[in-house]
Structures are given as C-alpha cells and as structure tokens.
Design a protein around this ligand. Structure first.
Ligand SMILES: *[C@@H]1O[C@H](CO)[C@@H](O)[C@H](O)[C@H]1NC(C)=O
Ligand SMILES: *[C@@H]1O[C@H](CO)[C@@H](O)[C@H](O)[C@H]1NC(C)=O
Ligand SMILES: *[C@@H]1O[C@H](CO)[C@@H](O)[C@H](O)[C@H]1NC(C)=O
Length: 319
C-alpha cells in the first residue's frame, strides 16, 4: 500500500515537472499566485492572486477541492472573482482539505496551483460574538451570543470555549478591566459608577483554535442610579411651572369672555334695578333661595359684578 502511494507520488511529480517544462517552452498562461484556503466560522473559501505576469482582465478561474479521503471535485468554473466558496464540498468537519485553481484566457490555460493542506476544525477563525448590554441601576448585564457556524456549532467544535470580557468607562479608554475565562453567556458587571457610560468588548477564547478569534464590536451603555438623576427634578419643576402658567392664562382669557357674556354693555332699566335692589319679598324667591342656595349665590355674584362700575351701592347689597 505504502509502496503504491509512493509510486503514485513519483509518477505525479514526474508529470508535474514535465507539464511545468511544457508551460515554459510553449509560453502558456502563467499560474495564479498565493493560493490558500481560508475559513471563518467553519466555511471554506479558496483565495488567490492573479498570475504575476500578463495583462489582467478577461481571465477566468476554475477551482477544485479534495480531502484526504476524496478526489478533486469541481468548485467554481470560469469565475472572474479571486475567491471561491467551497463550503458545499466539505464532507467532514474534521477533514483535511486541499484546493487548487487554474487560470484560463480564451483557449489558453495555466497549470493547477495547489493550496496547502487545511485542517478545517483547527484552522478556522472564530468570528465575533454578538454582545448586548442592559443597564440596571449601577449594574450592566452583558449577554453574549456565540457566532453562528456554517457547519456544526462553536460548542461542538470548541467544547471548552470561554469568553474574555474587557470593559471600560467611555471617557477613560486606558483603564481597562477584564473578566477572563467566563463560561456563562450572561454576566452582570456590579458596582459600577452611576450615570456613567461604559463600553464592553467580548472575545471567544478557544485553546484548540490555531488562530485568535475576532473580538466583538464595542457596545456601550449608560448606568443609571439608585436615585433620580439631578436633571429629573429640574425637568419636573419646569413642567409644573409651565402647567401653572398655562392655567393662569386660560383662567384670565376665559374669565374675560365670561364676564362679557354676563355683563352686557347696555344699561339695566331703572325699574329693574330697583326691583333687584329691593330686599326679596316674594315667597317664591325665598323658597328658591333655600332650596337652591348654590345657584342663587352665583346669581347674586353676577349681579354684583355687573353693577359695580355703575352703582357703588350694589356692593353693599352683596356684602
Ligand atoms: C469555461 O470556459 C471555457 C473556455 O472559454 C469553455 O470551453 C467552457 O465550456 C466553459 N465552461 C463552463 C462550464 O462554462
Ligand atoms: C445580535 O443580536 C441582536 C438581538 O439579540 C440582533 O438583533 C442582531 O441582529 C444580532 N446581530 C448579529 C450581527 O447577529
Ligand atoms: C483571555 O484570558 C486569559 C486568562 O486570563 C488570558 O490568558 C488571555 O491572554 C486572554 N486572551 C485575550 C485575547 O485577551
């Protein structure tokens, strides 16, 4: 078995050497450069640079992927992009993969260029977690969501993954505080300064990963306090004052219309005045006065208001 493998490698090497020789001789298209497999959150993408020699434009690329247990399978065909997502060709999340790419212009083709072997579960980069903050008085609650993997899950591949949390006051970026090796995806930052804006950044830490994981975006939120902030009193005071002023304006405005309505400009006839000034004699009037004292009282007031400017003696009647 070993012998056969070795023999095959020899044959392949020979063929490759011969092909390379032919390329040089016939001046066929030169090959793409820097061919490499990359991965974030367990996807698998082949990337390359255009051939160093030759004019760019109208170059098309064709890619293939193989694993240690499979032959090359076609990926992108005749793409003009400089990358190709090969995730759909991944047969095992624990596989070792090799990609290859060749360039084509018209009838001319370059040689295949192989990437290095890529151990997907070890070499994938862990993307940023999703962090949200909720402020609760002088505490901040940090909630972390694991990055979503294209294949499998973060916890299945990196079973012992933890979080490193860094936080700081927004105004003092140099004084960083850390919570390292956190296992839960929820933590409360206690005893922070009240009414202060804090910023938080989280990174997933997985010792089995070969590449450092990407830190989350920076999320900021303000703490509140045990008591109302000083400005709440000022705002409440302002609204109370505004309410009182509005009330006074309304009262003044409506009072004017009200008195115009009750105090017509024309003079009250003399005989009517006399009857008004005369002490009440009618039994009906007395009965009304006792049965509906409130209404009568207001009627009397209106009479006083009406006549005040014309006849001072009316005031005494009311008093
Ligand atoms: C890719 O391009 C080559 C040359 O232009 C052509 O012969 C071939 O049919 C194309 N393949 C596909 C799948 O379009
Ligand atoms: C992060 O989570 C929030 C709510 O939990 C969601 O609205 C948002 O889309 C998420 N962001 C990303 C990048 O997943
Ligand atoms: C995360 O925390 C651990 C434990 O304190 C520390 O050794 C490591 O350097 C931290 N990693 C990062 C990227 O800050």
């Amino acid at each position: 078995m070993l012998l056969t493998d070795n023999m095959w490698s020899c044959v392949c090497a020979l063929i490759l050497a011969f092909a390379a020789h032919c390329t040089v001789v016939s001046g066929v298209l030169s090959s793409p450069a820097n061919v490499q497999l990359t991965s974030t959150n367990m996807n698998l993408v082949l990337r390359w640079d255009p051939p160093p020699a030759g004019a760019p434009g109208d170059l098309l690329y064709t890619t293939e992927l193989k694993s240690t247990v499979s032959q090359f399978n076609p990926g992108c065909v005749n793409t003009s992009a400089l990358e190709c997502d090969l995730t759909s060709l991944v047969i095992s999340i624990y596989g070792r993969y090799t990609g290859r790419v060749k360039a084509r212009r018209g009838a001319q083709s370059s040689e295949w260029v192989l990437s290095e072997e890529f151990v997907l579960d070890k070499q994938t980069s862990i993307g940023p977690p999703n962090v949200s903050l909720h402020s609760n008085r002088a505490n901040l609650e940090v909630s972390i969501k694991d990055p979503v993997f294209v294949k499998s899950t973060l916890r299945e591949i990196f079973t012992s993954a933890t979080y490193n949390i860094t936080y700081w006051k927004k105004e003092q970026k140099k004084e960083l505080k850390h919570i390292n090796g956190l296992q839960q995806n929820r933590v409360v930052l206690h005893s922070l300064d009240p009414w202060t804006e804090y910023c938080v950044q989280v990174q997933v830490i997985a010792s089995a990963a070969q590449k450092p994981s990407m830190p989350s975006r920076v999320v900021c939120a303000s703490t509140t306090g045990e008591k109302e902030p000083p400005w709440v009193g000022a705002v409440v005071g302002f609204f109370v004052l505004a309410g009182v002023v509005a009330l006074v304006v309304l009262v003044v405005y409506y009072w004017r219309s009200f008195s115009h309505f009750l105090c017509p400009k024309y003079a009250i006839p003399d005989h009517f005045k006399k009857s008004l000034l005369a002490p009440p004699k009618s039994s009906m009037y007395l009965a009304m006065q006792t049965s509906q004292p409130v209404e009568e009282f207001s009627d009397q007031i209106s009479v006083v208001m009406c006549s005040r400017s014309e006849d001072g003696s009316l005031q005494q009647t009311a008093g």
